[in-house]
Design a binder for this molecule. Sequence first.
Ligand code: PHE
Length: 462
Amino acid sequence: MVTKSMGGGWTTRTGFILAAIGAAIGLGNIWRFPYMVYENGGGAFLVPYFLALFLIGIPMMMLELGVGGKTGATTPLAIKKTVRESEFLGWWAAINGFIVLTYYIVILGWALSYLGYSFTLAWGREPNLFFGQFLGSYYPLIAMLIVWAINFIIVRAGVEDGLEKTNKFFVPALWIIVIMMVVGSLTLEGASSGLRWYLKPDFSSLLDPNIWMNACGQVFFSLSLAFGTMITYASYQPKNSDVAKNASIIALANCGFSLLAGFAIFSTLGHMSFVSGMPITDLIEEGTALAFITFPAVLNILPFSIIFSILFFILLIFAGLSSSVSLLETTAGPIIEKFNMSREKTVLILTLVGCLMSLPFALSAGNIGFVDEIVSTYGLPLIGFAEVMIFGWVYGANKLRSYINEVSDFKIGRWWTWMIKIVIPVVLGYGILGNILKQPGLVIVLVIILAAILASINSRFS
Ligand code: PHE
């Protein structure tokens, strides 16, 4: 039961959908998706991407919204209600999300600082050097504390007054900004050559299994699946809320946003190449290098560069904040629920612990890549796998499907059961096997998960 003292629930269906879209749209849509498309076969990548979206992403989103809606509980309790012995997997998801949050916030701090620098284009002619000096200064630390404070204020205010109200502003603003950027960037000279690089299909790349796995990984991360976020968000809805249609809207909005962001980024890079004469392949980057080195260089030469810069960094900040608050809620929600602690106290403690944990990343950016690698190996694929095992096999996908069909605006057929019970576990299992080859220690973790699931199956039927 979500009570007022816990922060209330969503007041409207739109409020929930916007918050879930806010959780999904994040840095991954802006600096990872366009690069993935380019790197994995251009337009041809859209084939595995859309297949992964429809066969894996949307069914999995339905599973998470269904579980949250049916149990009315955040992830650990939702799992516990189904299989007692596996509650810890829900905590694992929450902790995993919290670790991601601790460096996600540091990066948002950089974006906030760069928003400040945008007014004077302070990075000058050598954005590369400037970024290095910036990272070596105390600014990342100060900015990190500010971003933590913002997250604290929003999540402390609760689901209704914090998450719902802010996302009602963030999400429409995100769309307006990205559309403005697309329109602005398409008019630049050289834009079309940039777009050709973005979408030029290389169908031979489809023969490479890695590309298919990359598409699945992107879909999972981008939709914020296997972190417990969507289960927890869905649990704050009124009883019998729609699942199938909401899941489809959230997933399609997220993917549409990614495609738009790619248009803005690649037409801008095309213009840079046109003006500077540099081959575009030298300009294409992802992640922090794209946002804090390449883009500032590009922004220098754009018409209305200050406005463009401000829009770009606001875009990163809004996309990031609407995701970071969802990660903080994913951790806070279960603690409030299980230990009956007040929201104020829980969020305060998490913020203080989080600031400490963010410290190593704020002081040395090099730590981020390393931890990111660990959480993406020991987190997402294993938790996703555990989810489909627990809810698809132990609880029963067909049972969950009947619930979904009872409450949803449209019905889902048997295909869904197949996806949840067979296709998704096989795909995630394949990913996990690949990770085991790189990090054999993973086998131990896998055995623990399987043992917990088996134990619970046993106790259910004995
Ligand atoms: N989906 C977010 C992004 O694309 C990241 C995220 C993952 C946020 C999990 C919340 C939970 O950046």
